[in-house]
Ligand binder design. Sequence first.
Ligand SMILES: NC(=O)C1=CN([C@@H]2O[C@H](COP(=O)(O)OP(=O)(O)OC[C@H]3O[C@@H](n4cnc5c(N)ncnc54)[C@H](OP(=O)(O)O)[C@@H]3O)[C@@H](O)[C@H]2O)C=CC1
Ligand SMILES: O=C(O)[C@@H]1CCC=N1
Length: 273
Amino acid sequence: MTGIQGGLAIIGGGKIGEALLSGLLRGHAKPQDIVVVEKYPERVTYLTTRYGVRVVDVDEAVRSSRTVLIAVKPQDIDPLLDELAGSVTTEHLIVSIAAGIPTSHIEAALPAGVPVVRCMSNTPAVVDEAMTAISAGSLATDEHLGLADTLLSAVGRVVRVPESQLDAVTALSGSGPAYFFFLVEAMIDAGILLGLPRALAAELIVQTLFGSAVMLRDSGEHPVRLREAVTSPGGTTISAIRELENHGVRAAFLAAIEAASNRSAELGRASGG
Ligand SMILES: NC(=O)C1=CN([C@@H]2O[C@H](COP(=O)(O)OP(=O)(O)OC[C@H]3O[C@@H](n4cnc5c(N)ncnc54)[C@H](OP(=O)(O)O)[C@@H]3O)[C@@H](O)[C@H]2O)C=CC1
Ligand SMILES: O=C(O)[C@@H]1CCC=N1
């Protein structure tokens, strides 16, 4: 059985909800397998027009779907859980992608026995290259975890982790695309500073990032060895690396990613979780 069999409801048709929706529809899912719940009227029109899915209310979504994927902001989850509590049953599977919100918080807000899987994915789902981590709540069985795994494998890679690691995962791979996009922006600016046309700078950097990512993934080499292979004695790269070290870029990444993890944990505590 796949996660789509029995129907899927995506609650929250924002950026990540749409990324997952688009990926699932490029895979085996059909528009009639998925319903979306979305509050923002312009998004409703956009999602129905672009993807051919129905946008329905929470009650209808729960009635028509075995799997309910929660993709609203952590700050919006409590009113949604109150609404879901009136209609979900132990036959449903709740999959939450909300950053920081513990499965225990979701379980406590829903009728006894409703299984919950918490996951953290990322926006490369739009090109079927998501990195997703999943954790079972206290009531989710291996079958439930398998359903979530199958569902999310349609848009990229899935790993299973203990829930205690999900704030760190959120900080690394959930937010991770933003760090790479930020780095690309900065490197394109450097090209502009050196007098290159913007389009050329962008082409150079995007292909370099892509090639480097494929090397990292496919060679199995440690990143230090790959960097050393670029860094010729007395050459250009080491001049740049010295500046990166002087500016504390490594320390900045450690602090930034720790801050993101702390924020995830804080969002969980704010929910009372
Ligand atoms: N963006 C990302 O890369 C990732 C995000 N996440 C998580 O996914 C969740 C959504 O993030 P993101 O997509 O960025 O946020 P968005 O704000 O883009 O999307 C959330 C959408 O849900 C809508 N919404 C809020 N409450 C309800 C409700 N009760 N019923 C239906 N729709 C509702 C919002 O409408 P309105 O704006 O009108 O309130 C909004 O359109 C967050 O919990 C985030 O932590 C996880 C992984 C990656
Ligand atoms: O920024 C956020 O809170 C979400 C969670 C991970 C990526 N985006």
